[in-house]
Structure formats: structure tokens, C-alpha cells
Design a protein around this ligand. Structure first.
Ligand code: NI
Length: 174
């Protein structure tokens, strides 16, 4: 397995729409494993392919890793689609590996039902609530070029985007 490099805001790729995955082969399965390894290495709960620069509709999640980052319940969702949202909403303080150090409360539907293809090409349905429902919605947003800052007030969003631009400038300095 290999660590992949993360795409950070304000990289314009984070605003692009990802394309459906058409072939699930050994190389793609290896890529999903690399995504998981990258996610664990950065202590993330979820990662979308666009966040490692691949504009394909795939994401990985694990909301149950232990404090040493040991995989507990890794999930791989290919071409995921939310087919049902609850009326009820809930708030979570969200962060994102593409916005290191930034966290804000985001309100989203509390329960969802999602259809996806697994790494063996089987179509599956999953019901999720709580943190898992939030993470899945956050990651599926990435596949449509939407990030968590698009769900918060303009004032807070502009503040985060300004910080990210400043970090980028600092990183570019020799
Ligand atoms: Ni994210």
C-alpha cells in the first residue's frame, strides 16, 4: 500500500464534479486501499477520491478506528447515491482533510439511506444515522464538488478560505 498526497483547499479540483466509476479491477481495489491508508495516516474519518486528485465517484470511511488509528470498520463506497433523507436534522462539528485544522458545525439530515456498489461490484443499500450519516453526506458532497464550508455562513466560510489561502502561500515559500 502507499500513501497518497492530499488535495488541499483552495485547490480548484475540490470544486469539480467526479465521474462514475465504470470498471472495478484489481488496480482500483488497490487504489481504495491506498485511500484508506492515507485516511488513517491523517486521522480522518472519511476520504473522497477527489481529495487525492482522482475525479472518480468513490469514497472510503471508517468512523470506528481506535485511538491508534487501527482499522475497525473500513468501508468503501463506489458510485454512492443517497436515496432517502430524514426530515429530522442534526448538527456535527465537521472537519475535512482538505481543510486541516478547520472545524465548524454543519446541519444535515439525521438519517439517510444510500445505494452504492461495493469493491466486488455488488449493488448494496445501507441505512445510516448519527456520525456515519453525517460522514457519508460529507463525502458524497465531495463527489459533487461541494465541501463542508458550502454549508456554513458566508462569513465563516470566507474566514476559513482566507486562512487556507494564507497557509498555501506559506507552504509555497522556499
Ligand atoms: Ni472532507
Amino acid at each position: 500500500m502507499a500513501l497518497l498526497s492530499l488535495v488541499l483547499s483552495p485547490d480548484p479540483r475540490l470544486k469539480q464534479k467526479s465521474q462514475p466509476v465504470e470498471h472495478i479491477d484489481e488496480a482500483f481495489r488497490r487504489f481504495l486501499d491506498d485511500m484508506l491508508e492515507t485516511m488513517y495516516a491523517s486521522n480522518g474519518l472519511g476520504l473522497a477520491a477527489v481529495q487525492v486528485g482522482v475525479l472518480k465517484r468513490a469514497l472510503v470511511l471508517d468512523i470506528e478506528q481506535d485511538e491508534r488509528g487501527v482499522p475497525v470498520n473500513p468501508m468503501k463506497l463506489i458510485n454512492p447515491r443517497i436515496v432517502r433523507f430524514s426530515e429530522e436534522k442534526c448538527d456535527y462539528k465537521e472537519g475535512c482533510l482538505s481543510f486541516p485544522g478547520q472545524f465548524e458545525d454543519v446541519t444535515r439530515p439525521a438519517e439517510i439511506e444510500v445505494e452504492y456498489t461495493d469493491e466486488n461490484g455488488e449493488l448494496r443499500t445501507l441505512k445510516a444515522d448519527g456520525l456515519l450519516a453525517t460522514c457519508i453526506q460529507h463525502e458524497i458532497d465531495h463527489l459533487d464538488g461541494v465541501t463542508f464550508v458550502d454549508h456554513i455562513s458566508r462569513l465563516k466560510r470566507d474566514m476559513i478560505l482566507r486562512k487556507m489561502k494564507k497557509e498555501q502561500k506559506l507552504a509555497e515559500k522556499p
